[in-house]
Design a protein around this ligand. Structure first.
Ligand SMILES: Nc1nc2c(ncn2[C@@H]2O[C@H](COP(=O)(O)OP(=O)(O)O)[C@@H](O)[C@H]2O)c(=O)[nH]1
Ligand SMILES: [Mg+2]
Length: 356
């Protein structure tokens, strides 16, 4: 029997649901299980992504495809997959798509199946969700996000309920049951990317099962799709800060910056479903903070181990806010908070655009 080609899975799911953390955790689970797992970070900006830098700094086998969604760069994706399978021995490659993305089932899976059938074996189309978003859906409180949250789940072969470390057993069972009822064709797997619970089962599903290749009607490009997209703006900035003393607390700086941005977005009456703030020093010490909406606490996913000297900083995020207002408030917050810490800022890349 001919050997199976390398496997590939799209990991879709809303902003902040934990796609990057989950893919990182699966590369590590792969190391424990003797399976070579590689992750690709994908997003729309033309510059390097905080997610990719974070995964690399954490020691995960990782790469990135930028510039547009993998939905619209199939040749690049195929070329990249080939080199990962043939040169790096990858057995399973995972790629996310932008966190407000839908349509990858058609644009990636069906296109690969039709045009590049020998390229890879398509593993279950995986959609990550988190307790807070499921609760919003259950209570019909997702408002502007409802089309995206619902449609992403409709595309799933496997729905991963992530962040189960935040739930009691009974709460977890209730959310899983609701998801199963809504999506009887999909398999629902409770997982915690953070604690590792459920990861062996998920990796097994990705290695053993095949994509269903279903074709649900998702209204791609339709009115509800356009209405959701028109609310979203993307922000990417990379800058360098020079530090004048040797007692600079990079962790406090990132948290302060996230807090200032949260306050400013709140003042605008807008929201920011996910902003990633990553800072790193030349000796590879790093910190990452996440802001998952104006009503939520700022999370420090990784902290600097010691006081910092000069730093590179990356901010990537998606907001429910017009792009000009987002651009201005981000620039103001970066300038003000950096001044408070007496940092000299040199910006070398910046992009901000609306999705409408
Ligand atoms: N408690 C908890 N937090 C998580 C888990 N997975 C991810 N997170 C946090 O959720 C936030 C968003 O995660 P990220 O992987 O960047 O989400 P993405 O936007 O879907 O890629 C970060 O602050 C993570 O640390 C988990 O299993 N449990
Ligand atoms: Mg991510």
């Amino acid at each position: 029997m001919a050997a199976e080609t390398g496997r590939f899975a799209v990991v879709s799911g809303f902003l902040g649901s934990g796609k990057t953390t989950l893919m990182m955790a699966l590369t590590q689970q792969g190391k424990r299980d003797g399976i070579c797992v590689h992750m690709i970070s994908n997003d729309l900006g033309n510059q390097s992504l905080a997610d990719h830098r974070y995964a690399s700094l954490s020691g995960c086998p990782a790469s990135e495809l930028v510039g547009e969604c993998i939905c619209y760069q199939t040749e690049n994706l195929v070329e990249h997959l080939r080199s990962l399978y043939e040169e790096q021995g990858a057995q399973l490659v995972l790629s996310d798509i932008p966190g407000f993305g839908v349509g990858a089932l058609e644009h990636v899976y069906h296109t690969l199946h039709r045009d590049y059938p020998a390229c890879c074996t398509l593993a279950p189309f995986t959609v990550v969700t988190e307790p807070e978003r499921v609760r919003q859906l259950m209570q019909d409180e997702a408002a502007d996000l409802s089309y995206l949250l619902k449609t992403q789940l409709v595309e799933a072969d496997v729905i991963v309920l992530n962040k189960t470390d935040l739930l009691s057993g009974a709460e977890c069972a209730k959310l899983c049951e609701w998801l199963k009822k809504q999506h009887p064709e999909a398999q629902v797997l409770p997982v915690s990317a953070m604690s590792g619970a459920g990861l062996p089962e998920l990796l097994q599903a990705l290695m053993k099962q095949e994509a269903s290749m279903h074709r649900p009607e998702i209204g791609y490009g339709g009115e509800a799709f356009q209405a959701s997209m028109s609310k979203i703006s993307e922000f990417y900035e990379q800058y360098h800060v020079s530090v004048c003393c040797d007692t600079f607390d990079g962790n406090a700086y990132l948290k302060d910056l996230a807090q200032a941005i949260r306050g400013s977005v709140r003042e605008q009456g807008a929201d920011l479903p996910h902003l990633k703030l990553l800072a790193y020093s030349e000796d590879k010490d790093y910190a990452k903070a996440d802001l998952l909406g104006i009503g939520r606490e700022i999370e420090l996913a990784h902290a600097f181990a010691k006081p910092c000297t000069d730093l590179g900083v990356m901010l990537n995020g998606s907001a429910l806010c017009p792009s000009d207002a987002l651009d201005e408030l981000m620039s103001t917050c970066i300038a003000q908070v950096s001044k408070k810490y007496q940092l000299e800022v040199t910006t070398f890349k910046k992009e901000c655009f609306g999705m409408g």
